[in-house]
Write a protein that binds this ligand. Structure first.
Ligand SMILES: O=C[C@H](O)COP(=O)(O)O
Length: 318
């Protein structure tokens, strides 16, 4: 899944680049507000974009009552996210699969077993998700555990206090160690932007995470009061662009938390296309972190094919 784009090796912490980061807030907000109004994707193209969106989803369950059986059901959905009659009606050569399945560390082994032979990677949250307030050696041990269980992607959470206290060296150092603990597994750095107080902090934390070698930067755990928003997404995309201009490295982006409708998915995809280009519409550089988005996408595709909507419960996931 992540084979096409070389990994971001990171770079030494460059405080001038972090501090010099400019987030022109009102321009960012104006630009973000204009995105949903755009009608750049219509009808047949919309169906094609929604099929593409399926392949960009990290199909997620992160609940206290997760069980191996629920995870197995979710994995079955990841293998076959679209009903065969819809796949056929759309004339798709290959049935889509989701980008990954994302679970807690103790659910990695059941997910790996359920996805065997599918090529779909398992992503695991780690580092004391969602708050991250555990001693660093335990957070690193949790990464190693998830990797040993078979996770190919690790979604870490950062220490928000390092951002709120502007301690960029401490943030850089912890992410460098997390990346080392990941080994071959790809690291997605969850910034928990709803906790970071300002867009300027979001921009700075994005830059530090990329300098420390994050393969992806991700907005939210899904557990903060405010999760993925377009202004935050725009700031993170512009940070990815700025980092790319300085280093030549491409870093992926994952909005997560509260993205539940096909319409929102299309808006996020337009943002990626316009801000970063078509490479960021591929699963090695873009993912949605979402637990219920697939249900609405399937409904909208069914409507496109049949002209009718069925109840969301007919598209049960786990
Ligand atoms: O990373 C994924 C999020 O936890 C999913 O959030 P959601 O349940 O609001 O879609």
């Amino acid at each position: 899944m992540l084979a096409n784009t070389p990994r971001n090796p990171g770079m030494p912490l460059a405080l001038d680049l972090v501090e010099g980061a400019r987030a022109n807030l009102s321009a960012v907000e104006r630009r973000a507000a204009s995105l949903p109004a755009r009608r750049s994707v219509k009808k047949a193209w919309q169906a094609a974009w929604l099929v593409r969106a399926i392949g960009l989803i990290d199909l997620t369950t992160l609940a206290g009552d997760d069980t191996p059986a629920r995870v197995a059901r979710l994995c079955a959905k990841a293998r076959r996210p679209l009903r065969p009659d819809l796949t056929e009606a759309l004339g798709l050569k290959a049935a889509p699969t989701t980008g990954a399945v994302c679970v807690y560390p103790t659910m990695v082994a059941p997910a790996v077993a359920a996805l065997a032979g599918s090529g779909i990677p398992v992503a695991s949250v780690a580092t004391g998700f969602p708050a991250g307030l555990m001693p660093l050696p335990l957070r690193l041990a949790e990464i190693r555990y998830a990797v040993a269980e078979g996770a190919r992607e690790i979604d870490i959470v950062i220490t928000r206090a390092h951002v709120l206290g502007q301690d960029w060296q401490a943030l850089y150092d912890e992410i460098v160690q997390m990346r080392e603990a990941c080994g071959e597994a790809h690291l997605k750095a969850i910034l928990a932007t709803g906790d970071l107080k300002s867009l300027r902090n979001v921009h700075k934390a994005s830059m530090v995470a990329m300098m420390a070698g994050a393969d992806f930067i991700k907005t939210s755990t899904g557990k903060e009061g405010v999760n993925a928003t377009l202004p935050v997404g725009l700031v993170m995309c512009r940070a990815i662009r700025a980092y790319g201009e300085v280093t030549g490295h491409k870093v992926g982006f994952k909005p997560a938390g509260g993205i539940a409708s096909a319409k929102e998915a299309l808006t996020w995809m337009s943002l990626m296309k316009e801000e970063l280009g078509n490479d960021w519409l591929q699963p090695d550089l873009f993912r949605f972190g979402a637990s219920s988005l697939l249900t609405d996408i399937e409904r909208q595709i069914e409507h496109f094919v049949t002209g009718r909507y069925s109840a969301a419960s007919h598209h049960a996931i786990a």
